[in-house]
Write a protein that binds this ligand. Sequence first.
Ligand code: FCB
Length: 476
Amino acid sequence: MNRREYLKAISILGAGILSAPYLKASEPFLNPELKASMFGSDFLWGAATAAYQIEGARNVDGKGESIWDKFSHTKGKIKTGETGDEACDFYHHFEQDILLMKSMNLKVFRFSISWPRIFPNGTGEINQAGVDFYHKVIDCCIKNGIQPWITLYHWDLPQKLEDKGGWTNREVIKWFTEYADFVTKAYGLKVKNWMVLNEPLSYTAVGYLFGIHAPGHKGLKRFFPAAHHTTICQAEGGRIIRRNVKDANIGTTFSCSYIEGIKNKPKHLKSVKRFDAFVNRLFLEPALGMGYPVNDLPVLKKIEKYMLPGDTEKMKFDFDFIGLQNYTREIVKGNALIPYLHGLPVPAKKRGAEITENGWEVYPEGIYHLLKKYAAYPNMPKIIITENGAAFEDTVEDGKIQDIKRTDFLKKYLEQVLKAKNEGVNVGGYFCWSFMDNFEWAEGFKPRFGLVHIDFKTQQRIVKDSGLWYKDFLGK
Ligand code: FCB
């Protein structure tokens, strides 16, 4: 297998982490009376989105270009040829959307800030209209009794910074610090709940290693510096929020997948260990003060080249919560001839597993195992499920979307979250991905993850049956 074939094969994992026919008949779920109240009165409930996926308004009011603007306008990068230029036009519909959230009994809205909307060039000059936009969104949430939870970085790096190497350039620590400092000072009096990064593995691996996401680079060379600078920014962002926001609740988020071997044999299990280090531990453990999981994934030694004295200390931060994001599981087949990971994931479809529209296995028990795994770390703070959800093909009939499979998916995953909670795991919230259908990165608008259906031509919103179920499940 040559380098190109290897990257292609393993990019299943990249696509699986982020983006990955038909669902078999579902098992009856265990508890037909499942209600939010069973999770306790202080458990937080909401839904999540990200700026590039929903806002649209690409060139409006002084916004700068992001790597996703450029990438989606590059031929062949988005499967459907679409762009996020308009997306859900949340920029002009936010009041209506927040009112809809309220009507659906959501208590938390997780959204991200578009860095180039605030700093069109990445650093320096501020775009006041962009600053004002998020003030309006935040004020509208607060007025309607919805807690705003802000992610500082959900993948839309200013293109001007990518032109200087983006996450591979150590200067990014300075750029990110300036951005994080500005926004936490701007909104810190109103917003107490912050997440530094969204899924560092996704944007470093899928963007700088597999080339499937923006900025579209392939090969290991850029991955290591991008990963290391990300790890430092993850902790640095936490320190900035702590300094600027009184009574802040600070977290950061991680994509994670439960990983198992195709058989219980040493060659598969060895590969499972490597995959686990890559997928689930790479960015979490440095934050917990454990450094990179080099022993279980020796290729990570290559990161050391980018480390300066004192960096190990700088990678740590005492987060108030960890955001766990889970969709699926991976089954790995060991093969010592495969470099680095000594195995490859076996696509769920090939295994005949129950899958979502984008090929991810439906495996509710996975979220339970991951919660237990995270909770077993010494010093693990509270865990919040900051993303979980499913894409299924939806049809609008008589103004309704009867998305039984999505509702079923949510119920089954929630049951597993409750099981872990009842066994003592400190899990304190669940935010469904996503509030509404949106631009699913390299997959375009095809996979629909929303509780709310969007007609991308008319911008009409319709609450799906899953959204109505969630509303009822949450209660007033
Ligand atoms: C996650 C991303 C989110 C969305 C979902 C489906 O990995 O954080 O933006 O694309 O997957």
